[in-house]
Design a protein. Structure first.
Length: 280
């Protein structure tokens, strides 16, 4: 996929980060994938054709394939190294460019990939088109409170040490906007809610190493490539002071937004019109 001149993310860097993801460092993705499956268990439907968008090494793909209806699950992932570890059928593709015909899938599931779309509304429109009528989108992505502690520490340290700041953590969708984005993309019955996962680490550097192992490090096109040792040291001190625990660890917050929307179908319920108002 070619890099657009005004792209929010450096797509080549993002794919390289995923290529470097360390097996066994994806505890967060596995936890969120399990929560997606729990939500899917509440839907009394069979999904014959399913897409796992941003499949990584196939943990969600395998879980979806174990659903009693035995659906066909297509794994879609931009990293060839991760894709090689997924079950077949599989497709190497970027979530910003969906290479499937309209009405191909009964279910599209996505675990922590859509936050890397510079044009999220456009990606959602493509996914709605890829769904069959009355098909379901079930997605999880990072929300606005994700890594708020790290953002704060890096911002203050970089401002103090270097006299300016560079974007270090990707912008994220706010919960209040998520359902509206689904509706704007043409989904029926859009629902968005959030859950927070808090993880503790021995230090800020341990957190950053974990993010690298997950393949979730900074891929903003406007990022500054390196931080000085002085900036890192100050950021670590700020982090420990502001967000330290009683046992001398630090906390890291991951806010997970869960999005649910249905491709429109005449059988779906429609909102009852409100009462007509008469103006005297």
């Amino acid at each position: 996929m070619e890099q657009a001149a005004n792209s929010l993310f450096d797509r080549r860097a993002w794919r390289a980060h995923r290529d470097r993801a360390v097996p066994g460092a994806d505890f967060l993705h596995q936890e969120v994938a399990a929560r997606l499956i729990d939500r899917l268990d509440l839907v009394n439907r069979d999904f014959a054709a399913t897409l796992d968008l941003g499949a990584r090494d196939g943990a969600l793909t395998r879980a979806l394939a174990e659903i009693p209806a035995r659906p066909t699950v297509v794994a879609a992932e931009p990293s060839l190294k991760l894709l090689a570890r997924t079950p077949t059928p599989r497709v190497c593709t970027d979530p910003e460019l969906i290479p499937f015909r309209d009405a191909s899938f009964d279910l599209v599931a996505s675990c922590l990939a859509l936050q890397w779309c510079g044009d999220l509304p456009g990606a959602l429109i493509q996914l709605r088109r890829a769904l069959k009528p009355d098909g379901l989108l079930l997605a999880a992505l990072f929300g606005g409170s994700t890594l708020v502690e790290l953002r704060t520490a890096l911002f203050e340290a970089e401002l103090a040490e270097e006299g300016g700041v560079s974007p270090r953590v990707s912008p994220t969708v706010e919960l209040g906007d998520a359902a509206a984005l689904l509706q704007r993309a043409g989904f029926a019955m859009p629902v968005a809610d959030s859950e927070s996962i808090t993880v503790t680490y021995p230090s800020m550097l341990a957190l950053m190493r974990d993010l690298r192992g997950m393949g979730e490090t900074n891929a903003l096109a406007a990022r500054r490539r390196f931080l000085s040792r002085a900036t890192l040291a100050r950021a670590g001190a700020i982090y420990a002071e502001r967000f330290g625990t009683a046992d001398e660890r630090i906390t890291a917050t991951f806010e997970i937004l869960f999005l649910t929307g249905w491709a429109p179908h005449p059988s779906q319920p429609t909102p009852r019109p409100g009462p007509r108002r008469r103006i005297a």
